[in-house]
Design a protein around this ligand. Sequence first.
Ligand code: GLV
Length: 325
Amino acid sequence: MKPRLLVTREVFDETLHYLAQHCEVESNQQDVPLDPETLAQRLEDKVGVMCCLTDRIDEQLLTRCPRLKVVANIAVGYNNIDLDACTARGVMATNTPEVLTDTTADLAFALILATARRLTEGEAYIRAGQWSGWYLKQLLGVDVHHATLGIIGMGRIGRVIARRAQGFEMRVIYHNRVRLAADIEQALKATYVSKDELLEQADFVILQMPYMPQTHHLIGAAELKKMKSSAILINVTRGGIVDDAALVRALKDGTIRGAGLDTFEGEPQLNPEFLELKNVVLVPHIGSSTETTRRAMAMTAAKNAVAVLSGSVPPNFLNPEAGKN
Ligand code: GLV
C-alpha cells in the first residue's frame, strides 16, 4: 500500500499528479483553512503532510499523529512548525528555499519603488477621479537611485536584493549575525555595519531574516527612532519582526517617512490603523507569489515529502537530527 499523505491547502494539478504516483493522497482542494482539530483528525492516519504557513504543526498536533514521518512546508520560512518537537519525535521537516529567492527579492524592490514613488497613493487618486492635471509639486516622492539601502539579514534573499540594488546604483550597507566573507561583500558591493549604523544611515531599511523568538520585535519604537525621518522601512519576511503598533505610531508622527509591508503581526488580521495611513503600501503576503514560483514551491515540497516516504534524504532537510531517532 502506498504511504498516506495529506495536502492541507490547494496546490497545482501537476503537484497532485506527481504525488499520486508515490502516495495515497488526500487533499483539501477546496482550500478551506483547516482548524487545528480538523487538521489533527485528518492527519491521524497519515505518514506525511504537505502544509503551508497557515498550518500550525506543534507538539499538540504531533502527539495526535504518531505515524507522521514528514512535514513538507510549502514555504521557505518555517516558524509555523515546532522543529524541536518534530526532531524529538523523529518527524522530518522540510522547506522550499532557493526557488523563491529571486521572486521575493523582486517584491522587495516593488515595495521600495512603490513607497518611494507613492504609486498606490497616485493610483487611488486617479481612481477617485481627483486628477485634474499636472502640477510641479504633485505627489513628490524620493529617489531610489543612488540612495542608501540597508539590508538587515544577508542570507539568500538579502544577497539577491543587494545585487538588484546595483542596477539602481544604490549604496548598500548590511547587518547580519555573521559578517560575509570579503569576496562576497565585494561581489555584492555591500559594506558591513552595526545595526545602529545601518538604522541611522539607510534611506531604505529592509528586513530579511526568519521569525524566531530572537527576532521578535527586532524593529520597535527605539529602532524606528534611530532611523532617518526620511527613511522607508520594507518588510517582506514575517510579521512579528516589526512591532506593528510602534510602526503605526512612527508613520503617524513622522518618525519615518513610510513603509512597504508584505507581512503583518497576526496576519491576516492587521493593525487597522495601517488602513488609514497614506504613507504605507500594504500587500497580502505575496512575496513569492508568481505562477512559476508558487508552482516550483509546491513541487519542491512534494519532492521533499516523496523523498522521505521512499526512504531517501529530502533535498531540503531542516532537521537532519530527526533522521537519527
Ligand atoms: C513565504 O513567506 C515563505 O516563507 O515562503
